[in-house]
Design a protein around this ligand. Structure first.
Ligand code: NAD
Length: 243
């Protein structure tokens, strides 16, 4: 049981790698789930075909589903040479999702952001959410994700909507269509004979099931009062002494 009152979930991008794992995790605990996506890959949950940059499509599907919690995972893949597409989907599309949620009276919005929103090429070690967005983003993808994340967080508490954003780094696991394909492509095109840095570079990876689980926890906890600054500082000190 997720909370005393169960939510009805609306997973945007639910046909994707992470979105599908979130759908499966929700189904496994007996929740009601709808998927909204531009493509349909699965047929075991009710599906709405639509594009988030078309606000009316989102609002219409939200009304029909009766959803109380949106989990928004949709984005074009990283690495495309198409800044306009990133802006259209991630910025305009996320703005449309927020507006539709507020217009329909949805209670919760969980947004899948990215660790890349604070990365500008410099090492980031043991940092947390207090690190500001860089003046210059790494690329159009990260810039659009940062803008979308900021909009989602600013919408928290406005017109009855509660919001939260999560920032996964690299995600791996079954169903991935980007990371392993990219690594295989590098290998097959013989581009492996170079080294970046001193060979001690670190990068965070998280198993997709854990990222999905984090989304469910975030959705569940959105009902609660946020922790006090005192408790947050206590947790940060605990974390930095064990890291
Ligand atoms: P994915 O491409 O597998 O899934 C994204 C889904 O969004 C797809 O099903 C796609 O059809 C859908 N979508 C795209 N544009 C849409 C639109 N305009 N309207 C409706 N649906 C649309 O990607 P993923 O790897 O599962 O990533 C999910 C989220 O996690 C993304 O927001 C991404 O930025 C974020 N993220 C991913 C990684 C990673 O390593 N994969 C790392 C950090 C953050």
């Amino acid at each position: 049981m997720s909370s005393s009152t169960r939510d009805i979930y609306f997973v945007i991008g639910g046909s994707g790698f992470l979105g599908r794992h979130i759908v499966e995790a929700l189904l496994a605990r007996g929740d009601i789930v709808y998927v909204f996506d531009v493509v349909q890959r699965y047929h075991d949950v009710p599906f709405f075909s639509g594009d988030i940059s078309e606000g009316e499509q989102v609002a219409d599907a939200l009304r029909k589903s009766g959803a109380t919690c949106i989990i928004h995972t949709a984005s074009p893949a990283h690495g495309l040479e198409d800044p306009a597409l990133y802006w259209k989907v991630n910025v305009d599309g996320t703005r449309a999702v927020i507006s539709a949620a507020q217009a329909v009276g949805v209670r919760k919005l969980v947004y899948t952001s990215s660790a890349g929103v604070v990365f500008n090429g410099q090492d980031l070690i043991n940092v947390d959410e207090r690190v500001p967005y860089p003046a210059k983003a790494m690329d159009a993808y990260n810039e659009s994700k940062a803008k979308a994340e900021a909009m989602v967080l600013e919408a928290n508490g406005v017109k009855g909507l509660l919001t939260v954003a999560l920032r996964p780094a690299g995600i791996f696991g079954p169903g991935d269509r980007q990371v392993m394909a990219g690594l295989r492509d590098v290998y097959e095109s013989n581009r492996t004979h170079f080294q970046v840095g001193d060979n001690n570079n670190l990068f965070d990876w998280t198993y997709v099931g854990n990222v999905a689980h984090a989304h469910l926890l975030a959705a569940d906890k959105l009902n609660l009062e946020p922790p006090s600054e005192e408790l947050l500082n206590h947790r940060r000190n605990e974390f930095s002494s064990t890291a």
